[in-house]
Design a protein around this ligand. Structure first.
Ligand code: NAP
Ligand code: 8YV
Length: 322
């Protein structure tokens, strides 16, 4: 790269450690500080060569940045970045895979245990003084359940390994079989849902997985079934899930992700037999720092003329010439 301090655009505030490091190496433009977004962008847009992103980056924004070469996105899921358009326009998109696998898997196990064993409900029970009147009722167990993973990628495998250590049988659905695992592969999700008692969703968002877990899958899971979702809210038909929970077509659900975050349907909030987390899968100081550093390291590698560390499959490095 010839620019000593390439112009980089940040749309919303990112962690201070990202801002501090980028300010040292780049000319950082902070869009969120602008009173008039259009007036701010007009002189900046023709110079911007990089974007640091924790929000939607669509084709209409990228097409306003004629010199754009890289979008470094915070998070392993990049469904809010139009990576296909970026790839077609010689822009590389990077994400933050692997550094969050264990954290998200820990959260998934926490959510699973909370949901199956009704742990938040038992906490509320104690605080409400009900223990003084009666012991908390006996509940469900993981001991008599098989888990069907919907998605068995980097995070899915970390979840499956934890379940194995807990002696819980695991099977999975994904488009491709993974010959390097001993877990049974179900090419058909409904077949798997019929055979298991718990589904754990850990697939990416986007159109390929939209409403993958729908009314038919929930029906197949059955009245003793529990749905855990830590992937993306869009992969579950949320209205079908609410209906299935109300009509007791499934037993309960534990959700870390929702269709329209941070808005969560009131019907779910009003249900006492579901467990709801505010998208906290990776949200520890430790893991968010590792994700943030990977955003910075991708940008520094690109600035040094080296391959970015973690380009997404839609935008392989080196990009095709424009
Ligand atoms: P990954 O390694 O790419 O794994 C994705 C898995 O989903 C693969 O097994 C893939 O297998 C499967 N899959 C993809 N499309 C599918 C489809 N249409 N039907 C069935 N299976 C499909 O991704 P990862 O690193 O494990 O991350 C997964 C997702 O978790 C992220 O994209 C993100 O959305 C979400 N996430 C959430 C949190 C949180 O805080 N709750 C944190 C991190 C990540 P095939 O390609 O063989 O189908
Ligand atoms: C983050 C996530 O909460 O990495 C992902 O795909 O969903 C989470 O780790 C999110 O990216 C932060 O905006």
């Amino acid at each position: 790269m010839t620019d000593e301090r390439p112009d980089i655009l940040m749309l919303r505030p990112m962690m201070p450690m990202v801002i501090e490091q980028l300010e040292k190496a780049f000319t950082l433009h902070k869009l969120w500080e602008a009173k008039d977004r259009e007036a701010f962008l007009a002189p900046v847009a023709p110079k911007v060569r990089a974007v640091a992103a924790n929000t939607v980056i669509d084709a209409s924004l990228m097409s306003r940045l004629p010199k754009l070469e890289i979008v470094a996105s915070f998070g392993v899921g990049y469904d809010d970045v139009d990576a296909k358009w970026a790839g077609e326009n010689s822009i590389v998109v990077t994400n933050t895979p692997n550094v969050l696998n264990e954290e998200v898997a820990d959260t998934a196990l926490g959510l699973l245990l909370c949901t199956v064993r009704q742990l938040p409900q038992s906490d509320r029970y104690l605080r409400a003084g009900k223990w003084l009147e009666k012991t908390f009722p006996l509940g469900q167990s993981l001991r008599d359940r098989t888990v069907g993973m919907v998605g068995l990628g980097r995070i899915g495998m970390a979840i499956a390994r934890r379940l194995q250590a807990m002696n819980v049988p695991v099977v999975y659905h994904a488009r491709h079989a993974k010959p390097d695992t001993a877990f049974r592969h179900y090419p058909n999700l409904i077949d798997m849902a019929r055979d298991v008692d718990v589904l754990i969703g850990i697939v990416p968002g986007g159109k390929d997985t939209a409403k993958l877990i729908d009314a038919k899958v929930l029906e197949a899971l059955g009245p003793n079934g529990i749905l855990i979702n830590v992937g993306r809210g869009s992969s579950v038909d949320e209205q079908a899930l609410i209906k299935a929970l109300k009509e007791k077509k499934i037993l309960s659900a534990g959700l870390d992700v929702f269709v329209d975050e941070p808005r969560v349907p009131k019907e779910l909030i009003d249900m006492d037999h579901v467990v709801l987390f505010p998208h906290v899968g990776s949200s520890s100081v430790f893991t968010r720092a590792a994700m943030a550093q990977l955003v910075v390291d991708n940008l520094l590698a690109w600035k040094a003329g080296k391959p970015p560390l973690t380009p997404v499959p839609e935008t392989p490095w080196p990009p095709k010439r424009r």
